[in-house]
Ligand binder design. Structure first.
Ligand SMILES: Nc1ncnc2c1ncn2[C@@H]1O[C@H](COP(=O)(O)OP(=O)(O)OP(=O)(O)O)[C@@H](O)[C@H]1O
Ligand SMILES: [Mg+2]
Length: 478
């Protein structure tokens, strides 16, 4: 591609083309191609090809070595001050790693990272680069967040290890990183950084990719752990090119309900630990506070009532007790209304179809509303049996006996399928005072349940499970 040839870059997938298209040939997005006038800028600057001499060939040959002789370094991890964040990271922040933290506007990304910076600054040097807010704004937040720790008697150190830089120019940020060589650097946000060598606007694909790559090269070289804040698009995806997610070592998403104060932190990618771990926080006026017993957050608390069932969802290695509520009422529409909050609507349709077919319940004449308490999204199929129980209980106006939890996936044939980490789920249920658990047949956990003081009710099919859970046959008297 010649230097003066214009070319076009898709702002959603990063695909390049010489021709303008209204719709990106790569990802199919409309109006996402933007003209780029400086095509080879990053390639030109960064490419270093060794000369193809005999000497070069010999030195290239020496670059690889047998895996047995590769030196090992113990994987150090820095504590971020939030054990919840450490767990999502796989045990702490790894020096030299690159972590992308994404989330909706105003969800608390800056708060989370500034609070972590406070804690990290007590043990190592931290550079906080604020590309979106002025140094004054960050200072004000830093003060507000600090008073909580002071109030709790933790004492506030002089924080000499925390340096603040309000800058958007990539070159200046790189210079500062090189000069300070901090153990941790926080970039808030990667979309607001700007490489003056590229003509495109800040936040565009080439800018984000270029800035992240330049920061990564420097961070790996000097073993600085980098935390990048990333914006999300209105569809909830991380903004910027997908290559950014491939480039970094871990991608964390910070989510929350606009109407609730709790915030959930998940790892969607992690090269240094498991994914799908969940960290739970609560946003208070003095900053984020960890929720150490999240099950209490997602249990309704109003006690057993008609149409409510409790399930044990598992987020990573963390079991969570969650209340499901269903409302089934005669429809006044030609086609009944079905809404689901916190559970996929297709999953609800499938469970309703199974109940109609295998229990003979005429649910197609009823509206059905389903909600997960506390604004949690429950994606795993282990919630199926709980959904079925809540729906049937609401339909028959029944209350499940107090202290009952349900765990099991519902097959289309009405069978209850086994689920993973059942022992962990039973332990959490017992810990929170639950006494009965309806689970798939063949779990082999009867001795465990007995030791936990749980009555284990195993069922092979949905009808059997609901009889065991409700104590009456929901399909009778129809
Ligand atoms: N003075 C304050 N008192 C109490 N809570 C505040 C105060 N200022 C901010 N907050 C809380 O912090 C939240 C904003 O946090 P933060 O700025 O960390 O979010 P963010 O994800 O970084 O947002 P952005 O995407 O705009 O950078 C607000 O939604 C509010 O709940
Ligand atoms: Mg912010």
């Amino acid at each position: 591609m010649g230097r003066s040839t214009p070319f076009y870059v898709c702002q959603s997938c990063g695909a390049q083309s010489r021709q303008f298209f209204g719709r990106c040939p790569g990802c199919g997005s409309w109006n996402s191609l933007v003209e780029q006038s400086n095509p080879a800028a990053d390639g030109r600057r960064r490419r270093t090809t060794p000369s193809p001499t005999a000497d070069g060939a010999a030195s290239r040959a020496r670059r690889s070595e047998p895996i047995q002789t590769v030196g090992e370094r113990p994987l150090l991890r820095l504590a971020t001050g939030f054990p919840e964040l450490d767990r999502v990271l796989g045990g702490g922040l790894v020096p030299g790693s690159l972590v992308l933290v994404g989330g909706d506007p105003g969800i608390g990304k800056s708060t989370l990272l500034l609070q972590s910076a406070r804690a990290l600054a007590d043990v190592c040097s931290v550079l906080y680069v604020s590309a979106e807010e002025s140094a004054q704004q960050v200072k004000l937040r830093w003060r507000r967040l600090g008073t909580e720790q002071a109030a709790e008697g933790e004492g506030v150190s002089d924080q000499a290890g925390l340096q603040l830089l309000a800058e958007t120019d990539l070159e200046l940020v790189l210079q500062e990183l090189e000069a300070l060589r901090p153990a941790v650097a926080i970039i808030d946000s990667i979309q607001a950084l700007h490489d003056a060598e590229l003509s495109s606007a800040p936040g565009s694909v080439s800018q984000v990719r270029d800035c992240a790559a330049a920061l990564q090269r420097l961070a790996k070289r000097q073993d600085t752990a980098l935390l990048l804040v990333g914006h999300v698009t209105k569809e909830g995806m991380l903004a910027g090119p997908k290559v950014l997610e491939h480039l970094v070592d871990a991608v964390l998403t910070f989510e929350g309900d606009r109407f609730a104060s709790h915030r959930l932190l998940r790892a969607v990618k992690n090269r240094f630990g498991p994914t799908h771990e969940l960290g739970v926080f609560e946003m208070r006026d003095r900053g984020l506070v960890e929720v150490t017993n999240p099950s209490e957050l997602f249990l309704g608390g109003e006690g057993p009532c008609a149409g409510t069932a409790t399930i044990v969802a598992c987020e990573g290695t963390r079991p969570l007790l969650v209340d499901l509520q269903a409302l089934v009422s005669t429809t006044s529409y030609a086609s009944p209304r079905r809404t689901a909050t916190g559970i996929g609507i297709n999953r609800l349709h499938q469970i309703l179809a199974v109940l109609e077919k295998h229990l003979g319940l005429p649910l197609s004449r009823f509206d059905c509303y389903l909600a997960v308490a506390g604004g949690l999204d429950v994606e795993e199929p282990a919630a199926d049996l709980g959904v079925a129980a809540a729906v049937v209980a609401s339909y028959r106006d029944l209350t499940l006996p107090a202290g009952t939890v349900l765990v099991g996936e519902l097959g289309l044939g009405g069978q209850i399928r086994s689920v993973g980490q059942l022992e962990l789920r039973l332990q959490e249920a017992a810990r929170l005072g639950f006494t009965r658990a309806v689970v798939p047949r063949g779990s082999g956990l009867a001795p465990v349940a007995a030791a936990l003081g749980l009555e284990l009710l195993e069922a092979g099919g949905v009808a059997e499970a609901l009889v065991l859970a409700l104590g009456v046959d929901p399909a009778s008297d129809l």
